[in-house]
Design a protein around this ligand. Structure first.
Ligand code: FNR
Length: 348
């Protein structure tokens, strides 16, 4: 049953090592250029950003984690409280279980109850076209995310392996709901080519969720009887820094950089690469046991982002987006190989 699977995922992610082993996000290859004369007041730096008309105090998104099991209600409640207090955006996990089992609805509706003013993101899979409006209604969502997870489906025993027609379904979902639709991966990233297909299908927001953080092959390895496949594909995917650059250089819609982002410094690099916002999932799950820890984590994230902005002389997120940076190593090699001129970043 989906609900039991949700609980297993939560327990595995909380208690086991589920992050990439040998592959990294690529942010170690991105160097922002230090400005010894910033000529700005750090206390005046503005982290706020606007997403589809809603003003947020920071470009940090808590991306989809949970819902659909009684034990996830408390986690969603904690995340909602802290998101509301800090005016940041919050996504919920796949809502399929609640759309099919009304007794689980409160594991999601608890979010809007505790975050009346937050930007909230619902979550379904592409095949759940018929559940799209129900998912929006249960959460009172501002944006509906469609998750893409072919790697997880390939490794999990109950995986859905027929991915034909998804683009058409995504296009139909964008027509069916009257809020913006986001496409999000779950830790393998989105290429520039796929981003173009998604934008053409009517998607108005892309959350790249690249490789280097939580690995869903890893999560499913712990559930599998035969660990061979999960271990083989543990590190599969497009590193987050690379996927970010590919997507922003191919489409003109807002982009969230995510997957393995763990600090405000990495977030600054992602935004300088061209992302509008950044997202994190696993660190929020791990800290969701304590309101204090969640709050401190968000404050440290915002402060370290602010320090990075001070050191490049950026007053706000738009200025940070234009900051010069150097792309090195395997990240430059990949991007150049794919036709993206990395000098456009270093000589702006
Ligand atoms: C997730 N993620 C996820 N994504 C999604 O679109 N629908 C979902 O239901 C879930 N469920 C889920 C459960 C748990 C326990 C975790 C940790 C994550 C994926 C998540 O949104 C994100 O894409 C990845 O976790 C990569 O980001 P991090 O964890 O490296 O910051």
């Amino acid at each position: 049953m989906i609900s039991d699977r949700k609980l297993e995922h939560l327990l595995i992610c909380k208690n086991y090592d589920v992050e990439f082993k040998n592959k990294t996000t690529g942010f170690e290859d991105i160097e922002l250029i230090h400005n010894a004369l910033p000529e700005i007041d750090k206390n005046d730096i503005d982290l706020s950003t606007s997403v589809f008309g809603k003003k947020l105090d920071s470009p940090l998104f808590i991306t989809a984690i949970t819902g659909g099991h009684p034990s996830s209600k408390e986690i969603n409640e904690q995340l909602a409280i802290v998101a509301e207090e800090n005016n940041i955006a919050l996504g919920v996990g796949s809502q399929r279980a609640a759309c099919e089992h009304p007794e689980l609805e409160d594991t999601y509706s608890v979010v809007r109850d505790n975050a009346p003013d937050c930007l909230l993101i619902g979550n379904i899979g592409a095949p759940q076209l018929n559940l799209a409006n129900k998912a929006v209604e249960i959460l009172d969502a501002d944006i509906l995310a469609i998750h893409l997870n072919p790697l997880q489906e390939s490794i999990q025993p109950e995986g859905d392996l027929d991915a034909r027609g998804y683009l058409d379904l995504i296009s139909k979902i964008t027509d069916a709901v009257d809020i913006p639709v986001m496409a999000k991966e779950t830790g393998c990233g989105i290429s520039g080519d796929t981003a173009r297909q998604l934008a053409d299908a009517g998607v108005s927001f892309i959350d790249i969720e690249g490789a280097g953080g939580t690995s869903w092959a890893a999560v499913e390895t712990y559930r599998a009887e035969d660990r061979y496949y999960g271990e083989l594909f543990w590190d599969w995917g497009i590193p987050t820094a690379i996927s970010t650059a590919e997507v922003v250089n191919n489409v003109d819609i807002p982009v969230i950089s995510s997957g393995g982002i763990r600090s405000g410094l990495e977030a600054a690099k992602a935004i300088a690469l061209g992302a509008d916002s950044v997202g994190m999932a696993l660190p929020f799950l791990k800290k969701s046991i304590s309101h204090e820890e969640l709050t401190q984590f968000i404050h440290k994230f915002n402060d370290s982002l602010r320090i990075a902005m001070f050191l490049v002389g950026a007053n706000n997120i738009e200025e940070l987006k234009q900051s010069k940076l150097v792309v090195r190593g395997k990240t430059r090699e990949w991007l150049n190989e794919r036709g993206i001129n990395t000098k456009n970043y270093s000589r702006r």
